[in-house]
Design a protein around this ligand. Structure first.
Ligand code: GLV
Length: 329
């Protein structure tokens, strides 16, 4: 009898960390290019070249739909997303084909909470204006700062509204304890752990939280229900001193409406790690002084990215052994 092909695992782009544990199981591991495939037809061609594939490790910018699944071939057992969010995956199409879907939950929590706070502090204290002011010689030209120049917002004791009470929302809320903030949370269900010490958070509906908060940070998944959750009307309901932070998915905010709200000072500032149409900012966004921007880099510390690869490998290993993976969706 001819020997069976080794299982094939295709990772659609390079990631920090190693896939040695999978290779040591005898699998043929193929890793895509450094930047992956920004254009889906190139991704499909790459998958077809390596089909039949047993497991694909996908990235959040890979659209896992029927065309993707067809290209991977009929042997596909699982798609393991190198991300916590999985709005890029048509989970119904995967279920129809009995393809398991997994993600990498714990690894992205701390890094994303850090970038949310980086953006919150930067937006409140006007870093997008201050850094170029110093760097481009503005300070040297201006001389000593006037005590009323570039005043920003105070943070201690203010109200922080977290939308989405998952792991990342919790990590962002915990960091606010150092500032003695009041915490509001919006979630489909009640979370008593949020309402107990140390957070002592109060559950509010979205509208009430937006009206009351000084800082709003988004930590819910992108779904049909949360697409444009923050629209022109909701932006108009916020206080003029509000800072809005989004480290979840860009399309949760109507970005064109946000540009207008920032331009007209309907809200004070925003901090965005994610865009509606990555990597392209909405027209006018990058011309605004009151927005701090980072390029979807929440989990971007070596320790967290390596941890994501480790979690991916644990899931792939279980799937190849025919076991239930630790992080199925
Ligand atoms: C990144 O955006 C992730 O979902 O992990």
């Amino acid at each position: 009898m001819p020997a069976a092909d080794p299982p094939k695992v295709v990772v659609t782009r390079q990631t920090p960390g190693a896939y040695d544990t999978i290779a040591a199981m005898g699998a043929d591991v193929v890793i895509g290019p450094d930047k992956g495939f920004p254009h889906q037809p190139d991704l499909h061609r790459f998958l077809r070249e390596h089909a039949p594939i047993d497991v694909v490790v996908s990235m959040f910018h890979d659209e896992v739909n029927d065309a993707f699944l067809n290209a991977a071939g009929g042997r596909l057992r699982a798609v393991v997303n190198y991300a916590v969010g999985y709005d890029n995956i048509d989970t119904a199409a995967c279920a129809r084909r009995r393809v398991t879907v997994c993600n990498t939950p714990e690894a992205t929590t701390e890094g994303t909470a850090d970038i949310a706070w980086t953006l919150l502090l930067a937006a409140a204290r006007r870093l997008p204006e201050l850094d170029p002011f110093v760097r481009r010689g503005g300070w040297a030209e201006h001389g000593l700062m006037g005590m009323g120049d570039f005043l920003g917002l105070d943070i201690a004791g203010r109200t922080l509204h977290i939308i989405g009470a998952g792991r990342i929302g919790m990590a962002v809320a915990l960091r606010s304890l150092g500032w003695g903030m009041r915490i509001l949370y919006t979630s489909r269900r009640r979370h008593r752990d949020w309402e107990n010490a140390p957070l002592n958070a109060r559950r509010v509906d979205l509208e009430a939280g937006l009206r009351e908060a000084d800082f709003v940070s988004i930590h819910c998944p992108l779904t049909p229900e949360t697409r444009h959750l923050i629209n022109a009307q909701r932006l108009a309901s916020m206080k003029p001193r509000t800072v809005l932070i989004n480290t979840a998915r860009g399309a949760i905010i109507d970005e064109a409406a946000l540009v207008e709200a920032l331009r007209s000072n309907t809200i004070y500032a925003a901090g965005l790690d994610v865009l509606e149409n990555e990597p392209h900012p909405a027209p006018g966004l990058i011309d605004l002084p009151n927005v701090a921007l980072t390029p979807h880099i929440g989990s971007g510390a070596a320790r967290y990215r390596e941890m994501m690869t480790e979690i991916v490998c644990e899931n792939v290993a279980a799937i190849l052994k025919g076991q239930t993976p630790p992080n199925p969706i």
